[in-house]
Ligand binder design. Structure first.
Ligand code: URA
Length: 240
């Protein structure tokens, strides 16, 4: 597919469109070994070898990142007052126009996907897609086994909200911790569900979305690109 050179380079996050104009003027861009004459020239990013300052460009239309979100950072693209997950990015990734796929509360941690692909984002968060999100929670009180049935049947929260069927997995008798599996992501959903069974949440971490688990080697605040297989695995069943 033929695309403008400035579109190709800017969508790699290497430079903004206006910066590409300057790079081309300074003869720092080559296409198949020939210095690019204009930033509006058309080429096929899949077939042409595009280099900026000699460095080969890796083109992809969309970008997908896995982040280990730390507590205290907002999962939003901007926040007038505090730090957002975008502030944790660096290098070209900062210029890609990424946004978080669904929310994780400010005090929550764990797996957060960032992308610039709106359709993918919608598919992951829509309950219709059935992508199950797995959360580990710690709670003020021991989680009673009797709470499991309520989760399975689709509980009605005190404010009248009807939850879709979910799963509560206990660690054992008298444990103030559990895993919760949900395929919808309403505001404070897991906290509200746990509070409704008398177990307010004191700590919450997202461990997985569909078949994609948080990479245990990523420290809090660290991120990396998803492989294609990992991106696809999000739409596969969650691992037991
Ligand atoms: N449920 C919550 O209550 N909080 C989150 O951040 C995610 C799910």
């Amino acid at each position: 597919m033929l695309l403008r050179l400035d579109k190709i380079i800017s969508s790699s996050g290497l430079a903004t469109r206006s910066e590409v104009k300057r790079l081309v003027k300074q003869a720092r861009v080559t296409v198949d070994g020939v210095t690019a004459a204009a930033c509006d020239m058309k080429c096929d990013p899949e077939k042409s070898e595009i280099r900026v300052d000699g460095e080969l460009l890796r083109y992809s239309e969309y970008h997908y990142i896995m982040m280990h979100k730390p507590a205290g950072v907002l999962s939003a693209t901007e926040d007038g007052r505090g730090e957002t997950v975008l502030d944790l990015l660096d290098g070209p990734a900062k210029k890609l126009g990424l946004f978080p796929v669904g929310r994780l509360d400010k005090d929550a941690e764990g797996l957060l996907i960032l992308t610039d692909d709106g359709e993918f984002c919608h598919k992951v968060i829509s309950p219709k897609s059935g992508v199950v999100k797995k959360y580990y929670v710690e709670t003020e009180n021991a989680v009673p086994a009797s709470a499991c049935a309520g989760f399975e049947n689709g509980m009605v929260l005190p404010d009248g909200f009807n939850c879709l069927p979910a799963k509560l997995e206990l660690f054992g008798e008298n444990e103030k911790r559990a895993c919760v599996y949900v395929c919808e992501g309403k505001f404070h959903q897991v906290k509200r569900m746990m509070a409704a069974v008398g177990c307010p949440v004191t700590y919450l971490k997202r461990l997985a979305e569909g078949g994609l688990e948080l990479d245990a080697s990523l420290g809090k605040g660290q991120w990396r690109e998803l492989t294609e297989a990992e991106r696809i695995s999000i739409f596969e069943p969650i691992r037991a």
